[in-house]
Design a protein around this ligand. Structure first.
Ligand code: FES
Length: 180
């Protein structure tokens, strides 16, 4: 009798090895399949959304601005347009450069953005500062090479210059490399 009872009790013991129930099996299988399908559908959408952000921002892009033969030792103002892409937003920026060549014939282009607080400088616009760039906002003024003489604490920035087929191309704005 006691033997029978022992057998009966042992048949209801949980299995010693951990086994997956049918419910767990279905949960894991369906969950995995759903994650796979959602991931497969979502990844292209994420890629589509961030694609313009991942693309290069046009570094190294040069814009054709003026023929080399038109450049003089006197700074001249030139306006040119630059296509910009910011995420999905594309726009055209109108930029200004003061371009001249030095006595050795080297061509360089200065940015007109004042290094004090960002107003726009002009060449020879103030009778008190002949042959200089002058800022109308707070009176900063600069030499022909862009060296700051008052108010501003840094020289005018310059554009990267590339010469090709007798044309001047301008690239990104960089710190002034002419002023020592
Ligand atoms: S912004 Fe040019 S002097 Fe202040």
């Amino acid at each position: 009798m006691s033997i029978h009872n022992d057998e009966h009790e042992s048949s209801h013991k949980p299995p010693t090895r951990k086994e997956m129930s049918r419910r767990q099996f279905l949960t894991y299988t369906l969950g995995g399949a759903t994650a796979f399908m959602v991931g497969g559908a979502a990844l292209p959408m994420v890629r589509f959304a961030v694609d313009p952000i991942l693309q290069k921002k046009g570094e190294g892009t040069f814009v054709k601005v003026v023929e080399v033969s038109k450049i003089t030792t006197e700074p001249q103002e030139f306006t040119f347009e630059l296509q910009q892409q910011d995420g999905w937003y594309s726009s055209t920026a109108s930029l200004v450069a003061w371009i001249r060549k030095d006595e050795s014939g080297n061509i360089y282009a200065l940015s007109p953005i004042c290094k004090h607080l960002g107003c726009t400088v002009g060449w020879n616009t103030n009778a008190s500062f002949p042959e200089q760039y002058h800022c109308p906002c707070h009176g900063a003024h600069y030499t022909k090479e862009g060296k700051q003489l008052a108010v501003a604490s840094a020289p005018l920035d310059e554009y990267k210059v590339m010469l090709k087929d007798d044309w001047v191309y301008l690239g990104e704005i960089i710190p002034n490399s002419i002023v020592k």
